[in-house]
Design a protein around this ligand. Sequence first.
Ligand SMILES: [Zn+2]
Length: 366
Amino acid sequence: MRFQQKHNFNAKSGNFFLFLILIITLTSTTSIFSQKKYVVVIDAGHGGKDPGNLGNGFVEKHIALKVALAVGEKITNSTDVKVIYTRTKDTYPPLWKRGEIANTSKADLFVSIHCDSHTNNAYGAGTFVLGLRGNKKNLEIAKRENASILLEENYQERYKGFDENSVESVIGLSLLQEENLDKSLEIASLIQNNFVSIKRNDRKVKQDNFQVLRETIMPSVLVELGFLTNKIEGRYLNSTKGQTQMATAIAEAILKYINNLKINTIVATTDTVTPLNITETVIDYKIQIASSKKKLATKSYNFRGLKGVHRQLVKPYYKYYFGQTNDYEKVKGFLKLVKSRGYKSAFIVAFKNGEKISVNDAIKMQ
Ligand SMILES: [Zn+2]
């Protein structure tokens, strides 16, 4: 009996240690997987001295804040997302400050939330990314949202060169912002898809020159939830039901976007050069137009209108090439074209069976 008891005790303590080991293993495994936190900055438009638009007596700054906080709350539950708000109360952080918050926190995504207004009965939800292709009507919305700047002290100094009516201001996009365009378009269309699925009138993804988007250096979108000037839509956006539905639509789009980011990170590492299995010698010439650690979509809008750009991962860089020919005279023509598009430092590269060799060697072999 005594022996039995002792034996039981040992067995129990053995189980206890197994249990301890299991707990330690689980905890350490979890910490390995939760290392990367995706930082999402949520910006409630306007605030404080800047009420935004006041269509039908509804107040844009209040609705924007409620929806922004609800979006944040929904995505905070995801273990690998960290939410930062530009404001959580009825205050007015200047537009540059909102950008700075996102930039210094090295955010992966910036989402600014607003409500629209119009003199007619327009209604529907739209999402904007920074870009050149805004039409005149979009420019009007951008002007209205940018008007906040005029309420800020020293705005002439903070936004040097800002002229809402000047073409130069509109097209002065930095390369970094161009690089983010593709990702911004992706999150924007995910948001719009979700708006459509809750039966909002689809005002589509559009590009325009919102100052708050110009201040950030990561993929960024500005959501116009709908029109307060439209009585029915204003009432919807001012209701708890409307705010919850819109916030859920945005939050689910953000989580999907982050999931895509995770998948793409894994895909990127396998996007390496595969050696070609060719017995005869094939010489190819291409133009290298850029080399960057950033993975850019090879769409023409990312490359000053050049079509047929292709990307190759030569760790740790992505190389961006234009054209492919075995004719040296032809590739010189490509180089001229690329330089005329502003890629002054572009150059010819040569490949033998897919492996890079010097251009001189390539010419000799031919
Ligand atoms: Zn606004």
